[in-house]
Design a protein around this ligand. Structure first.
Ligand code: ADP
Ligand code: 3PG
Ligand code: MG
Length: 399
């Protein structure tokens, strides 16, 4: 696959449609709680400003499902964006049709930045509507995809704009692909994959694929609960996808066939609710009560994972191992994160971490700097690792 980079392109006075992933985590007051994603686009945006392009930024925020939802307006992130980019101002357009955007852009100066409103306010985005794609493409001279993390979506702004405009990779996406390819090409064994998070259904294919490739598969987070009920263990009130037991059986069977050791929580951290931290206990899973819920993995399991990590050469991690947003349920994610960072610094392992929440969790503990590579992609990284072709990268193949 040839990377169509920004090298040697002349952008002076040209209008560039730039797909970014500004889908940052927001706290319960609606404020940006992690700016990693914004920072990743700075390298591309600085270059475009330098080359005197007029930039129209296209991004989604959350999942408004084709409706205008005030809490998910890109206005919510504009202040943080301006700070990170170190620029005086940007224009956030109201929710409007492409012809209006076009007329605004005509008046803009070289080096200016304009946001169109959350692309997922437009039902046409997820429908991948071709007429709308044409209308939007008519605003610009170039399309640049800088959002690896959304490239698994076959949406108008990730897939179709490239059909109607000369299209290139932004620097952030270029870096992501270059680094991931490099790591994927020479994986040193033994390999450990750590998969957590809340939803087994979004990571089924990844799990089935990973057991064929890795030596150790650690399952944590709410994902682990379906594995625990498959073993007929009581998980009390914990979050679980009960209808996925067959998937679990299949993953365990494949793991056996491929000599992959699956590590599940034997000790867990439980409480009656997320608010009542005075009731928090570290228990063996066999001591579980019906009125308790699992919010993190426990001490002995953390120790087992760290001891196994020391024997590995490559570690891949996606998904927090507990409800990291509510201390002390961030404990296992922090301790294991710290161990991997130390192993990475000592050149003992190559470590790759990905996922919006995973990166936010490790940022909270100031650990992201300790990993060999930090990807902001969650679902997209998972699909890329499965070997799937990502719709947002398809234009690279049509050369
Ligand atoms: P990423 O964005 O890194 O791919 P996910 O979105 O899959 O990660 O999962 C992150 C979410 O998983 C977090 O909101 C976290 O609170 C939740 N989670 C982790 N462990 C548990 C658990 N034991 N019970 C409920 N939710 C959990
Ligand atoms: C992400 O946060 O992984 C990306 O922004 C994609 O968001 P989505 O899962 O809503 O498509
Ligand atoms: Mg997430």
């Amino acid at each position: 696959m040839k990377l169509r980079t920004l090298n040697n392109l002349d952008f002076k006075g040209k209008t560039v449609l730039l797909r970014c992933d500004l889908n940052v985590p927001l706290n319960n007051k609606g404020e940006v709680s992690d700016i990693t994603k914004i920072k990743r686009h700075k390298i591309t945006i600085d270059e475009l400003i330098d080359k005197k392009a007029k930039i129209l930024i296209i991004s989604h925020l959350g999942r408004p499902k084709g409706k205008e939802v005030e809490e998910l307006s890109l206005n919510k992130i504009s202040d943080e964006f301006v700070k990170v980019m170190n620029i005086k101002e940007i224009t956030v357009l109201p929710f409007c049709r492409p012809n209006i955007i076009k007329s605004v852009l005509k008046e803009k100066k070289e080096g200016s930045i304009t946001f169109m409103e959350n692309i997922r306010f437009y039902p046409e985005e997820e429908e991948n509507n071709q007429n709308f794609a044409k209308e939007l493409a008519a605003i610009g001279d170039y399309f640049i995809n800088d959002a690896f993390s959304v490239s698994h979506r076959k949406h108008l702004s990730t897939f179709s704009l490239s059909k109607f405009l000369p299209s290139y990779l932004g620097r952030s996406l270029e870096l992501e692909l270059t680094m991931l390819n490099k790591i994927n090409e020479n994986i040193d064994r033994p390999v450990m994959a750590i998969i957590g998070g809340s939803k087994i259904s979004t990571k089924i294919n990844l799990l089935s694929n990973l057991v064929k490739k890795v030596d150790f598969l650690v399952i944590g987070g709410a994902m682990a609960n379906t594995f625990l009920i498959e073993k007929e263990l009581n998980i009390g009130n914990s979050l679980v996808e009960k209808d996925k037991i067959d998937v679990v059986k299949n993953v365990l069977q494949k793991a056996k066939e491929n000599n992959c050791t699956v590590i599940l929580p034997k000790e867990v951290v439980v409480s009656k609710s997320l608010n009542g931290i005075e009731n928090v206990k570290n228990i063996n899973i066999s001591e579980m009560d019906n009125d308790l819920a699992i919010y993190d993995i426990g001490e002995k399991t953390i120790e087992e994972i760290c001891n196994t990590a020391v024997t590995c050469k490559t570690i891949f991690w996606n998904g927090p191992l507990g409800v990291y947003e509510v201390p002390p349920f961030d404990n296992s994610t922090n301790v294991i994160g710290r161990t991997i960072a130390i192993l990475t610094k000592g050149n003992i392992v190559t470590s790759v971490v990905g996922g919006g929440d995973t990166v936010a969790a490790l940022n909270n503990a100031e650990l992201t700097g300790g990993f060999s590579y930090v990807s902001i992609a969650g679902g997209a990284l998972v699909e890329w690792l499965e070997g799937k072709k990502l719709p947002g990268l398809q234009f690279l193949e049509n050369l």
